[in-house]
Design a protein around this ligand. Structure first.
Ligand code: IPE
Ligand code: IPE
Ligand code: MG
Length: 224
């Protein structure tokens, strides 16, 4: 059975779920928060150390302002409500991506990271304004500036995910088979599961089914 230390998830399909069942994309984003809570609980139950959630990409700024504002308000409310619970449950929150949001949200995120930084049960990496290409480019620029030799070890140390093992398992919900600029370097050897269900409809049973299947995969890493 494969060990499972790190699960990464592209939480896709909120808008389509909202349109289908509530006639509004926003309602889908709101419902998606419930799935986030369910999956966090189940991740702890499964004793998984790292959970990386793709919440907003560098490309998502192309969306209508109204939707973007709604998403960030939702995130603010979620954090305000949940951060004490996270702390109590020994969850460490880390943001991956460039924190370029409103003053209020930046502060909230920084405080949440600071408050939970010594927690050891589960580390949640929340990918916000995250884009893998810019992460890698940034790393190359830093190596260049410091006149360091270009090698894997140096490149990795400037990624947001330094100190975090690569994901063992990537799940993308929402019936779409692409990576959308998520963790392109880190997913080199991850097992990838594409799930047809839209994120708000995804639940702990679906999650456990994928985990069970993942555990039985023969992972080669180039070997035989
Ligand atoms: C994913 O759901 C959440 C974010 C990108 C913020 P979408 O909003 O992309 O939902 P669909 O794919 O349009 O249904
Ligand atoms: C990926 O979903 C980003 C997040 C889930 C945050 P998108 O819905 O933005 O991806 P594309 O644009 O369909 O590839
Ligand atoms: Mg989408």
């Amino acid at each position: 059975m494969n060990p499972l230390n790190h699960v990464a998830i592209i939480m896709d399909g909120n808008g389509r779920w909202g349109l289908k069942y509530k006639n509004s994309r926003k309602a889908g984003h709101k419902e998606g928060i419930n799935t986030v809570e369910k999956i966090i609980k189940e991740t702890i139950k499964n004793k998984i150390q790292y959970l990386t959630l793709f919440a907003f990409s560098t490309e998502n700024w192309k969306r209508p302002n109204k939707e973007i504002n709604y998403l960030f308000n939702l995130l603010e409310t979620f954090l305000e409500k949940k951060i004490d619970d996270f702390h109590r449950e020994e969850i460490k929150l880390k943001i991956i991506g460039t924190k370029k949001f409103s003053k209020k949200l930046n502060k909230l995120l920084n405080n949440a990271e600071k408050k939970t930084c010594n927690n050891k049960k589960l580390q949640i990496n929340l990918a916000l304004n995250y884009g893998s290409k810019s992460e890698i480019l940034n790393s190359l620029k830093k190596m260049n500036k410091k006149r360091e030799s270009v090698n894997e070890k140096n490149l990795i140390k400037y990624l947001y995910t330094k100190d975090i093992p690569d994901p063992d398992l990537l799940i993308r919900t929402g019936n779409t088979k692409r990576l959308s600029n998520f963790l392109l370097w880190q997913l080199a050897y991850s097992e990838i599961f594409f799930e047809n269900k839209l994120w708000p409809a995804f639940n702990e049973y679906d999650y456990n089914k994928i985990i069970k299947r993942y555990k039985k995969v023969k992972r080669n890493f180039g070997n035989v």
